[in-house]
Design a protein around this ligand. Structure first.
Ligand SMILES: Cc1ncc(COP(=O)(O)O)c(C=O)c1O
Ligand SMILES: [Zn+2]
Length: 364
C-alpha cells in the first residue's frame, strides 16, 4: 500500500507527512482490499471498523480512536425512499466515517500534531477524533462560521483559528501552517484515507439489505461521500456482490453547481462558477479540488447530476421534521433534489437518500 500522485504518477509511502506530491498533484491510495465478502465482516465490532478487512487500517491503533461511528439505521420515508440516518454519529454528521479512518491512520503512523481547515462538519469531526486519541489539533475556520461549531471544536481540545475572508483563503492560511511547521494535514479533501472511511456508507447498506438500491442520491460538494460511494460500488461489483452499477444521482446546490455545468458542456473540469449564498452551504464548493476525478466517474458510470431547488429546501426540512427527522439544511436539500428529480423523470422507486447532517448543526 502506498500513495500515488494523480498527476505525475510519483509514489510515496503512506507514512509520509507530505500533504501532496512535489508536483502539486493530490495523492491517490494504491490499495486493493480482498474481494468484499460479508463473511469477513467482524461481527463482534459495533462500529465501521467491523469492515477493517477491507480498510487500509494499520495495526490496532483504531481501537483507541473509534467512537462507535457508523452502523446507522435505514428508515423508510415512503414506499419509494429509504433514508440512511448518517446524522446518528458521534459528531452528528457522516464526516465521522472519514475522520475515524483518517485519524486511526494518523495514530498508527505516530502523528502528534495535525491541522485541518473546514467550514463545518469535517472540522468538528477531526477535532473530536484527535481529542479522543491525544493528537494536538488546530482547526482553521473562515469568519462567519457558526459560534456553535467553533465552541464544539474548542470543547474537543483543538485550537480554532478564525480566518478573515473567504473559505478558500482560510485553506491557504492553513496550508501555510502545514508548510511552515511540518504538521500533518488532516484534510478531508486531500487525504485519501478519508475516502476509505466514507466508502463504509455503502458496505453498511449492503450488509443491511443484502443488495444495493437502484437509485443512490448523493450530495456533491468536494465529493468525500461521492468518491467513497464510487470506491464501494467498484469493490462490490468486482466481488460479484452486485451485477451492475446502480444509478448514482449527485446533488448540487442550484446556487453553486460546477458539476452540473461541466456535464452540460461535456467538460472534463468543473465549470467556473460564482457561488451565491445558499441554505445548502455544505455542498457549496465552487472549486472542488478533486473535480476531474469526480467528473471522470460521472462520465464512466453514466451518472446524473441534479440541483436542489433553493425554494424547496425549507419545505423539505419541515416535511422531514414533521416526520421525526431533524436534519440540517444541506441534508434537507437531498430531499428537495429528489423531488426535483421525480418532477423531471417521473416516479423514482427504490431510492436511497442520506440524512447526513443533524438539524442542530445549521441555523438560518
Ligand atoms: C451535511 C453535509 N452534507 C453534504 C456535504 C458534502 O460533502 P462533500 O463536500 O464532501 O461532497 C457536507 C460537507 O461538509 C455536509 O456537511
Ligand atoms: Zn506528482
Amino acid at each position: 500500500m502506498h500513495y500515488r500522485c494523480a498527476t505525475c504518477g510519483a509514489t510515496a509511502p503512506v507514512e509520509t507527512q507530505e500533504a501532496r506530491c512535489v508536483c502539486g498533484g493530490l495523492w491517490q491510495l494504491d490499495f486493493t482490499p480482498p474481494a468484499f465478502d460479508l463473511g469477513l465482516v467482524d461481527q463482534d465490532v459495533w462500529s465501521l471498523f467491523r469492515y477493517r478487512a477491507f480498510l487500509p487500517v494499520i495495526g490496532d491503533a483504531w481501537r483507541q480512536v473509534t467512537l462507535g461511528e457508523g452502523m446507522t439505521p435505514l428508515v423508510s420515508l415512503n414506499e419509494d425512499v429509504l433514508l440512511k440516518m448518517d446524522y446518528y454519529m458521534p459528531t452528528l454528521s457522516f464526516k465521522d466515517r472519514g475522520a475515524a479512518v483518517l485519524v486511526a491512520h494518523m495514530k498508527a503512523i505516530g502523528v502528534k500534531r495535525a491541522v485541518q481547515d473546514s467550514s463545518g462538519n469535517a472540522g468538528n469531526s477531526v477535532a473530536a477524533y484527535c481529542g479522543r486519541c491525544g493528537i494536538a489539533c488546530d482547526i482553521y475556520v473562515p469568519e462567519g462560521t457558526s459560534p456553535g461549531k467553533i465552541a464544539m471544536i474548542e470543547a474537543h481540545g483543538a485550537t480554532a483559528h478564525v480566518v478573515p475572508g473567504s473559505r478558500d483563503h482560510c485553506a491557504d492560511v492553513c496550508r501555510a501552517q502545514v508548510e511552515r511547521e511540518g504538521c500533518y494535514y488532516a484534510n478531508h479533501v486531500y487525504n485519501p484515507f478519508f475516502y476509505q472511511g466514507t466508502k463504509t456508507y455503502l458496505y453498511e447498506v449492503y450488509e443491511q439489505l443484502g443488495r444495493i438500491p437502484e437509485h443512490l442520491f448523493i450530495p456533491l460538494g468536494n465529493g468525500t461521500l461521492f468518491l467513497g460511494v464510487v470506491l464501494a460500488l467498484e469493490e462490490l461489483l468486482n466481488a460479484g456482490c452486485i451485477d451492475h452499477f446502480p444509478k448514482v444521482i449527485a446533488i448540487q446546490s442550484e446556487r453553486c453547481d460546477p458539476f452540473v455545468r461541466a456535464v452540460a458542456a461535456g467538460s472534463a473540469d468543473p465549470a467556473p462558477v460564482t457561488p451565491t449564498p445558499t441554505m445548502a452551504e455544505g455542498i457549496a464548493i465552487g472549486v472542488p479540488m478533486r473535480g476531474r476525478e469526480i467528473l471522470s466517474a460521472i462520465y464512466r458510470y453514466g451518472m446524473d447530476v441534479v440541483t436542489a431547488p433553493e425554494d424547496r429546501i425549507l419545505e423539505a426540512r419541515s416535511y422531514l421534521a414533521r416526520r421525526g427527522i431533524y436534519c440540517e439544511h444541506t441534508t434537507a436539500a437531498n430531499l428537495a433534489a429528489y423531488w426535483h428529480y421525480c418532477d423531471l423523470h417521473g416516479k423514482t422507486p427504490d431510492s436511497l437518500l442520506t440524512m447526513c447532517g443533524a438539524g442542530l448543526k445549521s441555523d438560518h
